[in-house]
Design a protein around this ligand. Structure first.
Ligand code: AMP
Ligand code: GLY
Length: 429
C-alpha cells in the first residue's frame, strides 16, 4: 500500500526530500511542516512550530502519516523520535540519546575514543584558564568547538594568536554560543581534504548513499564568513571505493556497535564529516541528519526508492536493502540574498523560475504569496546541474543560476572548482 509521508523542516534539504518522495511510486501523499514556497507546489505545507512536539505528534496522528522524516537536528536533539516511539508512530531519525552524536561534540569524541576511531586529539575544557594553559603546551593551530548545538557556528579554527584571543572573547566574554559553550572541545587542527559521507542506518546495519563536498565560506576561494553552505557536489573525486569501505568498517560500524551497546541502537541518517590526512579518514564531526545543501545533490542521484530505503531502516531490515545510485555527477549552487550570512533583506520577488521549469531548482528561503514566489531567508534557492563528469555538471548548474533573477542575488562562482583541482592532481600522478 502507498504511504503518506511527513517531512519536518523548511529548507532546501526538505524540498529535495519532498521531491524524492513526490516522485516515488510508493508514496501517496507528501506533507511538509512547515515547508517552503517550493514544497507548496509538490506537497501540502502545514504551518507548525517545530519546537512543539505535541503539535507535531497531533499532526502525524490526524493526517494518519505512515512515516515521518526529520530534516534538521534540533527536533532530534530535543526528543521528537522518543515522543513518536512512545505513541507507536513510525519516524526516521535517532532518539535524543543518539542525537548527541551531533548535539554534544564531546559525547561524539568520547565515543570515537572508546572505539579507537581516527579523530584529532581533543581535550574537554570547562574554563578559559584550562584552554589557555593547554594552548601553551599544544601550540597553534588549534580548533575550539562549543560542545552543544550552535546553529553550525560553534567551531572556531585558530591559526594565529589574534584568532585564538578573539575566539576566547567570543566564547567567554560575548557569550555568543550561550549554554552550548558550557564545555569546549579543544582539538588539534587537522590539515587535509574535507569530504562528507552520508549513510542510512537501521540500528545494526547501514548503507552509504554517496559522498559530497560542501562549500561553507560565503565567498569565492573559500574566503569570508562561514555559512550553512553555499554549494555542493556529489560524488567527490576523493571518494575512492577503498576509502568508502574504510569509512564503513572503521567509522560507521563501530559507531553503530557503540550505540547498540549503550542501549540506543542508532536509526537515522548519519553524516560523517571527514578530513582525509595522508590517505586516512579522520572524523571532524558527526551530524545526525542529512546536510544542507548536500542533500540537494545526494538525493537526485539516488535512483531507487527513498521510501523503501527509509522504511526498511525503521524495520531494521537494511541488510536486505539495496540502493541504486546514478553514475552522473550533480552540482548545486546556492542563490543567496546579498548580505547573507549577516543581515539581508527579505520579500524580494523571484523572476525567471518559469524559464527553468524543466530543470531542478530546490527552494530554501522562499514562500508563495498570491501568484509570486518571494524570498524569505538568506539562502533562497538551490539550482542543481547534472553531467557525465564534474565539469559538465558545473556548467549545467551555472546555466540555471543565470536564468533566475531577484534583487541582490548573490552566489559563489567557484562551486566544484576544488573537485576539479583534485581531478587534475590525480591525473598527474
Ligand atoms: P563544523 O561546523 O563542525 O562542520 O566545522 C566547521 C569547519 O571547521 C569544518 O568544515 C572544518 O573545515 C573545520 N574543522 C573542524 N574541526 C576541525 C579540526 N579538528 N581540524 C581542522 N579543521 C577543523
Ligand atoms: N552543509 C553543512 C551541514 O548541513 O551541516
Amino acid at each position: 500500500m502507498k504511504k503518506k509521508v511527513l517531512i519536518l523542516g523548511s529548507g532546501g534539504r526538505e524540498h529535495a526530500m519532498a521531491w524524492a518522495f513526490a516522485n516515488d511510486d510508493n508514496v501517496s501523499k507528501v506533507y511538509c511542516a512547515p515547508g517552503n514556497g517550493g514544497t507548496s507546489k509538490i506537497a501540502e505545507n502545514i504551518t507548525i512550530n517545530l519546537a512543539n512536539r505535541q503539535e507535531i505528534l497531533r499532526l502525524a496522528q490526524e493526517k494518519k502519516i505512515d512515516l515521518t522524516v526529520v530534516g534538521p537536528e534540533n527536533p532530534l536533539a530535543s526528543g521528537i523520535v522518543d515522543s513518536f516511539q512512545k505513541e507507536g508512530l513510525r519516524i526516521f531519525g535517532p532518539d535524543a540519546y543518539g542525537a548527541q552524536l551531533e548535539s554534544s561534540k564531546l559525547f561524539a569524541r568520547n565515543l570515537m575514543a572508546e572505539k579507537k576511531i581516527l579523530q584529532p586529539s581533543f581535550y574537554s575544557c570547562n574554563t578559559r584558564d584550562e584552554i589557555e594553559s593547554l594552548k601553551v603546551i599544544l601550540e597553534l593551530p588549534l580548533v575550539l568547538k562549543a560542545d552543544g548545538l550552535a546553529a553550525g557556528k560553534g567551531v572556531i579554527v585558530c591559526e594565529t594568536d589574534e584568532e585564538f584571543e578573539k575566539a576566547l572573547k567570543t566564547i567567554f566574554e560575548d557569550g555568543e554560543f550561550g549554554e552550548a559553550a558550557r564545555r569546549i572541545s579543544l582539538e588539534r587542527c587537522l590539515v587535509g581534504e574535507e569530504l562528507s559521507v552520508f549513510a542510512v542506518c537501521d540500528g545494526k546495519n547501514f548503507i552509504i548513499l554517496n559522498t559530497a563536498q560542501d562549500h561553507k565560506r560565503a565567498f569565492d576561494g573559500d574566503s569570508g564568513p562561514n555559512t550553512g553552505g553555499m554549494g555542493a557536489y556529489s560524488p567527490t573525486p576523493l571518494s575512492t571505493p577503498g576509502l568508502i569501505d574504510r569509512v564503513g568498517v572503521e567509522i560507521i560500524q563501530p559507531t553503530l556497535d557503540a550505540m547498540k551497546d549503550r542501549g540506543h541502537p542508532y536509526t537515522g541518517f548519519l553524516y560523517v564529516g571527514l578530513m582525509i590526512v595522508d590517505g586516512d579518514p579522520y572524523v571532524i564531526e558527526f551530524n545526525v541528519r542529512m546536510g544542507d545543501p548536500e542533500t540537494q545533490v545526494v538525493l537526485p542521484l539516488l535512483e531507487s526508492s527513498l521510501l523503501e530505503l527509509l522504511w526498511d531502516a525503521t524495520e531494521g531490515n537494511l541488510n536486505k536493502s539495496k540502493v541504486a545510485v546514478s553514475s552522473k555527477v550533480a552540482v548545486t549552487v546556492v542563490l543567496a540574498a546579498d548580505g547573507y550570512p549577516g543581515k539581508y533583506e527579505k520579500g524580494m520577488k523571484i523572476k525567471g523560475l518559469e524559464k527553468v521549469q524543466d530543470r531542478l531548482v530546490f527552494h530554501a528561503g522562499t514562500l508563495q504569496k498570491d501568484h509570486d514566489i518571494i524570498s524569505n531567508g538568506g539562502r533562497i534557492l538551490n539550482v542543481v546541474g547534472f553531467g557525465k563528469d564534474l565539469k559538465s555538471a558545473i556548467d549545467d548548474a551555472y546555466d540555471i543560476a543565470k536564468s533566475i533573477e531577484f534583487s541582490g542575488k548573490y552566489y559563489r562562482k567557484d562551486i566544484g572548482k576544488r573537485g576539479m583541482q583534485y581531478l587534475k592532481k590525480g591525473s598527474k600522478k
